[in-house]
Design a protein around this ligand. Structure first.
Ligand code: SF4
Ligand code: SF4
Length: 440
């Protein structure tokens, strides 16, 4: 069996983002294979810990993938501050056609557009893909999973950082489908009584609505903060209120645009102009403007730049949604991209961002701890990836082994296969979920 089929069978998806099926990416032929280890979400350390502790597997995955996509250039992006990860990776790439590109400690360094530009000097066309400029980009965890797939091992675990207001911040591998609450217990649980949890990052992650919710292939971490923390309060504000405050309080200072990473990279994103259109939103999508369309939702404008604590990112998201609904989702603006001369001077250092977010006190190393995690029950989502939900191939009461295929993607459809993350009995099969109870 070739690598593409092995990766498809193992259900490998992009671990660092929305979960794009990896076997599809591996079918391209490109000049550059880029390895994204430039983790930039504050408090998250899972990629650093993965590189430190699993460099052998990651580099084997990189070599296999480079071979399949025909890449002549293979580059790993890692932040200079992560010396331990750099040293582990260096050990494994000696004498190989793989090099490391060191990044400064800025946010957002791991954004695909930023990463491609920093390493290759190429600019992805508006609304385009790395493939358009001869690159395939994958997160380090994805390469770890590619290697395991080549050994016949399916994706049944996700690598997470558990941090913030928990007893012992750490990073570890956990079975997919384990509840957020159970995962938090691995770090000793929350050390405060009234808390909220953010999944996969404070900037681009999302608040956890229910602690019973399961972790998926794309969960990169859980961050616990006090319920009354300003950041949590801001995420909990209803969209209508965000728009209303923005309409009345935005003074058009344009800081949101001046510090926008995509604007600085040369794309025509201007959140202050999107904010100006808030006043007209009642009349519908026509008046939302296209200055939101190339926004990558990094959150810098809302969580860092705006002196009035307004919500320009959310206005962009709202605008993009309305434009799509009106059939105007395609970029029709200038194809020209010209990097802003102040780009390097206006980058946001992660330390300053943490200070602005009010989370410096939660800055912990969260090092990797090997654990034998055996949950009593897992809720495995049938849609942990971009594309269609997988279809169950098991029945209620059936005994399944860990790593057994339990849901598959239809032939010719975009998606990923799903495997049991524990040995147990299928208790329930819903439209979106398979529940398995452990048997000893
Ligand atoms: S930074 Fe805030 S106040 Fe200034 S233009 Fe942007 S949204 Fe308006
Ligand atoms: S979220 Fe704000 S800062 Fe980030 S790309 Fe979008 S408009 Fe720019």
């Amino acid at each position: 069996m070739n690598l593409v089929d092995q990766v498809k069978n193992a259900g490998v998806v992009g671990a660092g983002g929305a979960g794009f099926p990896t076997h599809v990416k591996l079918q391209s032929q490109v000049e550059y294979l880029l390895v994204n280890g430039a983790e930039c979400e504050p408090l998250m350390h899972k990629d650093r810990e993965l590189m430190k502790n699993f460099a052998v597997e990651i580099i084997k995955g990189v070599e296999l993938a480079a071979d399949v996509v025909g890449a002549s250039q293979v580059v790993i992006g890692i932040k200079s501050k992560n010396r331990s990860a750099i040293e582990s990776i260096q050990q494994q790439i000696k004498g190989k056609n793989i090099r490391i590109k060191e990044f400064g400690d800025y946010y957002p360094a791991g954004d695909e557009y930023e990463l491609v530009y920093t390493i290759t000097g190429r600019l992805i066309p508006p609304q385009g893909l790395p493939l358009d400029v001869g690159c395939v980009v994958n997160n380090v965890e994805t390469f770890y999973n590619i290697y395991r797939a080549s050994e016949g091992i399916a994706v049944t675990e996700t690598f997470v950082t558990i941090t913030g207001a928990v007893e012992t911040p750490l990073s570890t591998l956990v079975p997919i489908g384990m509840s957020v609450n159970d995962v938090l217990q691995l770090a000793g649980g929350a050390n405060i009584s009234e808390f909220a949890v953010m999944e996969s990052g404070l900037m681009m992650g999302k608040p956890v609505k229910d602690l019973r919710q399961p972790v998926t292939k794309t969960t990169g971490g859980l961050i616990v903060l006090p319920k009354e923390h300003n950041l949590i309060q801001r995420y909990e504000k209803p969209p209508k209120i965000m728009d209303r405050i923005g309409h009345s309080a935005c003074d058009q200072c344009s800081y949101c645009t001046e510090l926008c990473p995509r604007y600085l990279l040369g794309y025509d994103v201007q959140p202050h102009l999107v904010m100006r259109s808030l006043g007209f939103s009642a009349t519908g999508a026509e008046l939302w403007n296209s200055f939101a369309q190339l926004c990558c939702q990094c959150g810098i404008c809302t969580l860092y730049s705006c002196p009035e604590n307004l919500y320009p990112r959310e206005a962009c998201i709202h605008s993009i949604k309305d434009l799509k609904a009106a059939g105007k989702g395609k970029w029709e603006g200038t194809p020209e991209i010209k990097v802003h001369p102040m780009k390097n001077d206006r980058r946001v250092p992660v330390k300053r961002l943490m200070n602005r977010l009010g989370i410096t006190r939660y800055d912990a190393e969260a090092e990797y701890v090997a654990m034998d995690v055996a949950p009593e029950q897992v809720h495995i989502s049938l849609k942990q990836h971009v594309g269609e939900a997988a279809t169950s191939i098991v029945s209620i009461g059936q005994l399944v082994e860990k790593a057994q295929e339990i849901a598959v993607i239809k032939e010719g459809k975009l998606g990923a296969n799903i495997h049991a993350s524990i040995t147990g009995r299928v208790r329930e099969i819903g439209q979106n979920m398979i529940i398995i109870e452990r048997v000893n």
